[in-house]
Design a protein around this ligand. Sequence first.
Ligand code: SF4
Length: 134
Amino acid sequence: MGDALESGRLVVDDQPDLERLRITEVFHSLQGEAREVGWPTTFIRLTGCPLRCTYCDTTYSFFGGAWRTIDDLVAEATANGARHVCVTGGEPLAQKRCLILLKKLCDAGFKVSLKHPGHSISLRSMPACRGWSI
Ligand code: SF4
């Protein structure tokens, strides 16, 4: 369940009990898109994407990255101080544990947005939490 897809290659998590994700970067900035534009935001960019959109501007997220525990990511978002968190990629839902991250961020009181390419998504699989958007 904790595996990640990097540039079409499956990277198996060799420590599956740690509840972690393959992460390209975490950074703090102002949101530049959608209705949250202008809000101080922590961006969590997950590694990997099975798609190859011709207009992609984040090809660097297709591979590399580092394993981070989900609790560590929530702690970093808390330390950053922004109440908004944007989970992005890559295709963040290519890693199934992204759903755990979304749930824990919501439970910690963040307003959470998910940047998703929209190719396929089951809302029934999404965590039930208030204050988040796709
Ligand atoms: S879904 Fe996003 S990250 Fe993946 S190829 Fe398309 S634009 Fe790039």
